[in-house]
Design a binder for this molecule. Structure first.
Ligand SMILES: [Zn+2]
Ligand SMILES: [Zn+2]
Length: 130
C-alpha cells in the first residue's frame, strides 16, 4: 500500500495466551511474546550457560571474532506454562548444551558430552569453581 510508517519505538503487540497455546512450537518461538520473554529472562541472568558454565563474550570485546563467540538459547525446561513462563521453566544454555539436550543421539551432542564437557569440568575444577 505504501505510506506505512514503521515506528521502531512502538513495542510489538503481545499475542493473547490462548493464541500462544494453540500454535505449533515452531511458530511460538517466533511470537512477539516469546521474543520479549526470552529477552527479559536473558537480561535478568548472567550470560553463562547453566549446564557447562561457558560465558558469552561481550559484544564490545573485539578480540574474539563473531564466529567464535558462544551462542546462547533460552531453553524450556517445561512447556507447561507456554505464554506465561516463570523463570524456573527456563534455562540459559549455550548452543552446544542446547543441542545435546534436544538431540542427545546426534554425533555433535555425543562429542560434546563425552569429549568436551569432561575437559570443561576439569578446567572449572582447577579454577576452584563447582
Ligand atoms: Zn553449555
Ligand atoms: Zn530447548
Amino acid at each position: 500500500m505504501g505510506g506505512t510508517v514503521k515506528d521502531a519505538e512502538q513495542p510489538a503487540p503481545l499475542e493473547p495466551i490462548w493464541y500462544l497455546r494453540s500454535i505449533p512450537y515452531s511458530e511460538y518461538r517466533q511470537s512477539n511474546w516469546w521474543r520479549q520473554r526470552r529477552a527479559r529472562y536473558r537480561s535478568g541472568h548472567d550470560s553463562v550457560c547453566q549446564r557447562c558454565g561457558i560465558a558469552s563474550v561481550s559484544s564490545r570485546d573485539k578480540t574474539v571474532s563473531l564466529d567464535k563467540r558462544p551462542r546462547f538459547n533460552v531453553h524450556h525446561v517445561s512447556y507447561e506454562n507456554l505464554g506465561d513462563e516463570p523463570d524456573c521453566d527456563l534455562e540459559l544454555l549455550c548452543s552446544a548444551c542446547h543441542n545435546a539436550e534436544h538431540y542427545p543421539e546426534s554425533a555433535a551432542a555425543i562429542w560434546w558430552t563425552t569429549v568436551c564437557l569432561p575437559k570443561v569440568e576439569k578446567v572449572r575444577a582447577a579454577m576452584g569453581r563447582q
